[in-house]
Design a protein. Structure first.
Length: 257
């Protein structure tokens, strides 16, 4: 099933929104951001102390998933929709100096902020690349781990994103993501509204079983999942949808066999 939404219009709105997230993190948004959110979701304060605070300021993730992964030291990690870089900096700590982390993002301002922070803090094992999460510029089997936080719900073609993640993972590789899903399918009045996709982050949310089926259809096996009860929606529209359609945040891990 394809969602009848204008892809170009949606991408423009998403880029404008997340340019503001990068450049004006203290502004008013329809979603929560920053360190208080990160700690409530499960990020360890000791880890947050070791990464650039400006990346944390622009953190707009929806869950924590690193605890769902096994040993990551020395691994090659790709962050789909890496934003201002908070999860790439966390991954850099976990993989250690022998690991490699690549952040892929389509928004220039987000990548520019992350790269400036990387250089300022002398982090050597992170690289930021411009691109789209459903068409990544990397070879098959390039990564041990693929991560993503609050991004795939913004994609028009989610099955393509999951197929791309499966392509990029080596056999035995792991996908760990946090994202927005629903208990029941959203009506067309919401799914056709690009503002509700980009600003409120609910218009593109898929019903959770359909979401997991798309992951497994791509050749990945869901092995762990949790609901992120500590994630809260700020806008009236999103809060109303939470009650009516069961919009929520989940974290999950899927493995490539």
């Amino acid at each position: 099933m394809s969602t009848p939404v204008d892809r170009s219009e949606l991408q423009a709105k998403v880029q404008a929104m997340y340019r503001d997230v990068a450049e004006h993190p203290q502004g008013e948004f329809h979603f929560e951001m920053g360190r208080a959110l990160a700690e409530r979701l499960g990020y360890r304060p000791a880890d947050l102390e070791r990464i650039p605070s400006e990346a944390i300021d622009s953190f707009a993730g929806v869950g924590y998933y690193f605890h769902l992964l096994d040993e990551m030291e020395g691994t090659r990690v790709l962050d789909l929709g890496s934003g201002s870089g908070m999860d790439t900096f966390i991954a850099s700590l976990i993989t250690g100096p022998e690991g490699t982390v690549i952040g892929l993002d389509m928004t220039d301002a987000q990548r520019a902020k992350a790269e400036a922070l990387r250089q300022r803090h002398g982090v050597r094992n992170i690289t930021y690349v411009k691109g789209y999460i459903d068409a990544a510029p990397f070879e098959d089997g390039s990564f041990d781990v693929v991560i993503s936080n609050g991004v795939i719900n913004l994609a028009v073609d989610k099955p393509a994103v999951f197929r791309e993640a499966a392509r990029l993972l080596r056999p035995g590789g792991r996908l760990a993501i946090a994202d927005i899903v629903t208990d029941v399918d959203l009506p067309e009045s919401i799914t056709c509204n690009t503002t509700l996709w980009a600003a409120a982050c609910i218009g593109g949310a898929w019903q959770v079983e359909r979401y997991k089926q798309a992951i497994e259809a791509a050749g990945l096996w869901v092995v762990a999942e949790q609901v992120n009860d500590q994630y809260r929606f700020l806008s009236d529209n999103a809060q109303g949808a939470t009650k009516k359609f069961g919009v929520k945040s989940v974290s999950l891990r899927a493995d490539k066999i």
